[in-house]
Design a protein around this ligand. Structure first.
Ligand SMILES: Cc1cc2nc3c(=O)[nH]c(=O)nc-3n(C[C@H](O)[C@H](O)[C@H](O)COP(=O)(O)OP(=O)(O)OC[C@H]3O[C@@H](n4cnc5c(N)ncnc54)[C@H](O)[C@@H]3O)c2cc1C
Length: 438
């Protein structure tokens, strides 16, 4: 683990949960592609890549009662998106209407803030007794680096710079196979300064001498860019998992161990447990319960996922005290080295004064912690470096500072040729809305 100042990188001891001895560095997209092949070829699973579930299929009449005694409609499957529309939503010759998939059990594994999960949460309010969910954004690039600088299997985590003391987050560098390196920065979305741009912070991080040395042109080149939301609320923000007709699993349920920045293990385990519970729900003769409810919640509480999240539950909220970064580092150090979560208290997530609950079940307190622009100085980020500069002049520029549209163009081709990027200024913060014809 490294503590970064603008010019120096100081090795510091890492908390035990950040140890990666014996772990593999793997590409999740390659792994899931391989797993999809196994599921299709060995088990006859049907996978529909390129289709999104856009709507939950609900029973015609309210046929279920939630834990708070309210009657509501149960989930009976999903409807997928229409395909073959122009960007003005006109039908092309390739138009196909959405398909309805009826199912006895629908498991939602949509990532940290999925649209169907939101529908289920609005409908069933499983977050009623949980703490509000909190979020972070992870920005990431994959680079091919100079073979002399490549150390397969090396994992480095970073604290502090480029972020200020009021901003939660940290960087990483994972050396993968084949001369590739994954590098990135996670930033908690409860940052105070509205002038902060998560993407520019990430681009700036690569100006550090540590990164300059790793990413030196001409042998290093950026291959891809991505950004993704992650939930940081931990155990106290996990909602009730099951609802009549289905359950939330993985990131959708909030199973990420934010102290480790790892959630794949918990996502897989929750998927396995939910699949077993779903089997029992559709084969009532072989199970005790036959009301179509997925008993995932009961199974999860006795699984190691619960233990994994329980142990680190106080670490992220400890960064929300008045002592902020240093308070969080000191508390997290003591908790992860000595207490290991074996304390009687569970910290709540912080909100602005007097506000402890989210206004509705699907929103977060994060944005309400962002302060008015007048309270902060604008942040001066290094200028963008156009890729053609270094190619044309063969300079030793690292070309680490890419503007967001150049970065997005590397993923746009994977999404849709008619992708439109619209920057929306919404209140204090800037959100980037991606709209595809699908
Ligand atoms: C920056 C970052 C770094 C991370 N690093 C690590 C790490 O090093 N190790 C680790 O273990 N974990 C890491 N995690 C966490 C890990 O990625 C997640 O815990 C894990 O991917 C959760 O798996 P999931 O299947 O629940 O969700 P996801 O991996 O998010 O998968 C959900 C999928 O559903 C798709 N989807 C969403 N909505 C719909 C819809 N309506 N219809 C159809 N498809 C839909 C999404 O496109 C996505 O492909 C990291 C997360 C981030 C953001």
């Amino acid at each position: 683990m490294l503590f970064l100042t603008p010019k120096i990188s100081l090795p510091i001891p890492h908390p035990p949960q950040m140890s990666n001895k014996g772990n593999y560095v793997a590409s999740l997209s390659q792994f899931t592609r391989w797993l999809a092949g196994v599921a299709e070829n060995k088990y006859g699973v049907e996978i529909y890549p390129g289709f999104a579930g856009t709507q939950l299929l609900l029973s015609d009449e309210p046929d279920s009662t939630n834990p708070w005694g309210n009657k509501f409609r149960s989930v009976q499957g999903v409807i997928t998106n229409e395909v073959g529309l122009t960007k003005n939503y006109r039908m092309k010759s390739s138009f196909e209407p959405g398909m309805a998939f009826r199912a006895k059990v629908t498991l939602l594994a949509e990532g940290a803030h999925g649209s169907l999960s939101k529908q289920a949460i609005i409908l069933h309010n499983p977050r009623k007794e949980a703490e509000p969910q909190t979020y972070g954004i992870g920005l990431k690039e994959v680079w091919r680096v100079d073979p002399e600088k490549h150390k397969p299997g090396e994992v480095v985590h970073m604290l502090e710079w480029p972020l200020d003391k009021d901003t939660y987050g940290g960087g990483w560098v994972y050396h993968m196979d084949g001369g590739l390196v994954s590098l990135g920065l996670v930033i908690g979305l409860d940052y105070k300064n509205p002038w902060l741009s998560p993407d520019c912070e990430f681009q700036r991080m690569k100006h550090h001498p540590y990164f300059r040395a790793l990413l030196t042109f001409p042998k290093a080149e950026r291959l891809s860019y991505a950004a993704r939301v992650l939930n940081e609320g931990g155990l106290q923000s996990v909602p009730k998992l099951n609802f009549p007709g289905g359950a939330l699993v993985g990131f959708s349920a909030g199973f990420v161990n934010i102290a480790k920045i790892k959630g794949t293990h918990n996502a897989m385990k929750s998927g396995i447990l939910a699949a077993k519970a779903a089997w029992n729900a559709v084969h009532p003769s072989e199970a005790e319960s036959s009301d179509g409810t997925v008993a995932a919640a009961a199974d999860m509480s006795s699984s190691w996922v619960q233990k994994d999240l329980h142990e680190v539950r106080n670490l992220r909220p400890s960064f929300g005290t008045r002592l902020w970064l240093w308070g969080g580092i000191i508390y997290s150090g003591i908790d992860s080295l000595i207490l290991k979560g074996r304390v009687l208290w569970t910290f709540k997530h912080h909100g602005p004064k007097g506000k402890t609950k989210n206004p509705d079940s699907t929103s977060s307190l994060d944005s309400s912690l962002t302060e008015p622009a007048g309270n902060h100085m604008p942040i001066e980020y290094p200028p963008f470096e156009a890729p053609w500069l270094r190619i044309t002049f063969k300079t030793n520029l690292v070309c680490v500072m890419s503007d967001i549209l150049t970065s997005l163009s590397s993923i746009a081709s994977e999404l849709d040729s008619e992708l439109t990027v619209i920057a929306v200024f919404h209140g204090k913060s800037t959100h980037l809305l991606l709209r595809t014809t699908n």
